[in-house]
Write a protein of this length. Structure first.
Length: 701
């Protein structure tokens, strides 16, 4: 989070509103309540905790009835802002220290991270009843705290901005007509209502406005990309049905209905003369590669316009080297009979199929040699990692770009792929990440959608079991039995390292580091346990994944980085620790890791929660095997502050809330489309144009 300007601060919204609580005498404070006290402040001190070097400010406040300790974490400036004996108002939650001696029932009370304000006098008779009248009812904004910026500091900073002229000078980027049409408040009103609401409804309407704004901006950007794409020309690819069917007939399986439908839509797009922009969404194992291969076949067997021979080309990009290699191998299988050459380019080198000496095999070749053949059109299919978008890679007739699991790949990136022509390539973006419809409509608003909502027949359904704490040993024995038959196991933990025990509210979740040690030393000493986390460098990650694939280890402990599709068919068991901390869609994707084999897969879900809600949420995971359904359930059930999804998709928590509301998403989409169609460069809306060209727009690469 960057908070540099007043505007940034104003866009840093409260996550919730706490009722301040009654004004009380210190003597009457109870643990766990919210309260306000007035008094003199003493004993201001700042120190750092020994281990984590977190600054802790402490002080005491005293009124005529007693005194209580105040503690602030990571706010060293507090001690510097007040002097001994200052009169202050303290507002916050009364906490109680835990005592180590069981017989000593009550620990000392203290305020933890309270809001503090200087006051000129102590209101008289601060009794329990005096300040609870209607007029004193207030909704105190509570801000998300981060990097040493406290809710309290934000509150004061924003109050200061409100007392300046800044609000009056701010221009509203959303056109007035749109605000009026959907009964949304103006920017100024909404800012006041969100930071200093008089009533709950005002805060809600303000939040709605900002949610609309965010979705509207994203939609504008996507609709603009779509508009640009529609104006472009692309290669016409128009194959006869028989030719396509002959290709499909070479597969060792019949296509599913969903695969057929997706292929038809794509081949339809190929005939329009304008570049396709399509998202193919399908669970792990739903057979996206076959769709990619069939449509690639249509492209590479098409002759460039006004030419007697030669072929159009396909670029196929994967997020990791291992995945690129996997695709290279499956494409060789699909295309070998047709004698169609396939190239592979990654950070570590280049390969080509077929080899000159052995037509059945691929061979390593030099990158310059491969690139030469790509540039003169001799290699019709080039598969690779990000290495594909380097300047040195030039295509002769690039007609189709296929992107696997890259989430966003817009017009700009599309144009980055070098080619010797100004005809725009078609774009097929593929993902196994199940996302709710409203989210797809928003962040992929420029793309048409195809769903592979049908798994090939005969797939094993994994046995999913919620494991209670007392069943842990029993489950480990079942896992051991699987290991004995030579299978491999994933163990997923939510954290990389152990939490810092000094921090308040430490989250009691398993870490990859300590779980790897524990499993190796205490549980499965006879097997080899390895670890992988997102903290590793890409090359190291690749190495660990490859070692696991090559069975140099039996158990791989990981954070959720293993989500994105590496194929380890021998891994049939996945254990998920602290499953209560993952979304359903995310759990589903993790479970997908063990669906690649013909052996029976198992998913053991360890949950540390006693909450009935969490357990019933996890129960739905054991019975529902459809990623889209789980993603929708996730969205509907998510509470505020539940950032998993928001972070993943680069939208704010507020916008995620709004995505529950299909009407709002459709309104934002309709309005954005109308504006772009009328005024593509947004000449009449310079503020909007400015927003689009600057930070307001999310791009995920
Ligand atoms: P994903 O959608 O995860 O990329 P893949 O394309 O890797 O899935 O396909 C997973 C496996 O299913 C592959 O081994 C593939 O050959 C096989 N497969 C694909 N389509 C079908 C089908 N219609 N019937 C049976 N098996 C299929
Ligand atoms: Mg795949």
């Amino acid at each position: 989070m960057r908070l540099k300007t007043a505007g940034d601060l104003l866009k840093h919204f409260p996550t919730r509103y706490g009722e301040a609580g009654d004004v009380k005498s210190i003597e009457y404070l109870n643990a766990g309540e919210n309260a306000v006290v007035f008094g003199k402040i003493f004993k201001l001190k700042t120190a750092k905790t020994f281990k984590s070097r977190v600054a802790i400010s402490t002080a005491e406040i005293e009124d005529s009835t007693g005194k209580i300790k105040l503690i602030w974490f990571s706010q060293p400036y507090i001690a510097k802002m007040y002097f001994e004996g200052n009169l202050v108002r303290i507002e916050g939650r009364v906490s109680q220290k835990r005592t180590k001696i069981p017989s000593e029932v009550e620990g000392e009370l203290f305020f933890s991270n309270p809001k503090i304000e200087k006051v000129s006098e102590i209101p008289e008779g601060t009794s329990d009843s005096l300040f609870t009248g209607e007029e004193n009812f207030n909704l105190t904004p509570i801000y998300p705290e981060s990097r040493g910026i406290s809710s309290n500091w934000l509150y004061h900073a924003i109050q200061k901005i409100f007392s300046s002229q800044i609000l009056d000078e701010m221009e509203d980027p959303i056109p007035k007509e749109i605000l009026k049409k959907y009964s949304l408040p103006s920017l100024k009103t909404a800012l006041i209502w969100i930071h200093a609401p008089r009533k709950k409804e005002d805060a809600e309407i303000a939040r709605k406005r900002f949610a609309f704004e965010e979705i509207f901006f994203i939609q504008l950007d996507r609709q603009k990309e779509k508009f640009i794409a529609q104006k472009e020309k692309s290669f016409l690819i128009s194959k006869k049905d028989e030719e396509i069917n002959d290709f499909i007939d070479t597969f060792p399986f019949p296509l599913t209905g969903a695969q057929k439908k997706s292929i038809d839509s794509i081949l339809g797009d190929f005939k329009t003369g304008h570049p396709m922009s399509r998202l193919l969404e399908g669970d792990v194992g739903s057979g996206k590669t076959a769709v990619a291969a069939t449509t690639s076949f249509a492209a590479v067997t098409t002759t460039p316009p006004n030419r007697e021979f030669g072929n159009l080309q396909v670029a196929y990009m994967a997020p990791t080297e291992i995945l690129a290699e996997q695709h290279f191998e499956s494409f060789i299988e699909y295309f070998a009979k047709y004698k169609i050459a396939v190239g592979l380019i990654t950070g570590s080198g280049a390969k080509k199929f077929p080899s000159k000496t052995n037509k059945e095999k691929w061979t390593k070749i030099s990158k310059p040699q491969l690139l030469k053949w790509v540039a003169n059109g001799e290699i019709p299919i080039l598969i690779g990692t990000h290495a594909l978008i380097q300047k040195t890679v030039q295509f002769k007739n690039l007609a189709l770009i296929i992107i696997d699991e890259q989430h966003r790949f817009g017009v700009k990136q599309r144009m980055q792929l070098r080619r010797k022509h100004d005809i725009a390539p078609h774009l097929l973006s593929m993902t196994a990440t199940p996302i709710p419809r409203t989210l797809a409509l928003t962040i992929f608003g420029d793309l048409d959608l195809s769903l592979l909502d049908e798994l090939p027949p005969g797939r094993q359904i994994p046995e999913t079991k919620i494991v209670l704490p007392h069943e842990r040993e029993e489950i480990y024995e079942r896992v051991r039995a699987e290991l004995k038959t030579g299978r491999q196991v994933f163990v997923i933990c939510p954290r990389v390292n152990d939490p810092d025990p000094d921090k308040e509210n430490t989250i009691n979740a398993k870490s990859v580091k300590s779980e790897t040690e524990r499993l190796q030393k205490k549980v499965f000493p006879e097997y080899k346990v390895g670890a992988i986390t997102g903290k590793l460098k890409p090359a190291e990650k690749e190495r660990v994944m490859r070692d696991f694939k090559d069975k140099k280890m039996d158990i791989l402990v990981a954070t959720s980085v293993v989500e994105v599709g590496v194929n380890v068919p021998n891994a049939t068991v996945i254990i998920i620790e602290n499953a209560e901390r993952f979304g359903l869609a995310q759990l589903h994707q993790l479970r997908g890791r063990v669906l690649r084999s013909s052996h029976k897969p198992y998913c053991f879900v360890f949950a540390d929660s006693k909450s009935q809600k969490t357990i019933s949420r996890l129960k739905s995971f054991t019975t529902v095997h459809n990623g889209f359904e789980l993603a929708e359930a996730d969205l509907q059930q998510r509470g505020s502050g539940d950032l998993a999804g928001a972070k993943q998709w680069g939208v704010s928590d507020l916008a995620m809330e709004a995505l529950k509301n299909i009407k709002m998403v459709e309104a934002a989409r309709t309005e954005a489309r109308a504006l772009i169609t009328k005024d593509f460069e947004l000449k009449k809306h310079p503020l909007l144009a400015h927003h689009l060209s600057s930070k307001a727009v999310v791009h995920m690469e």
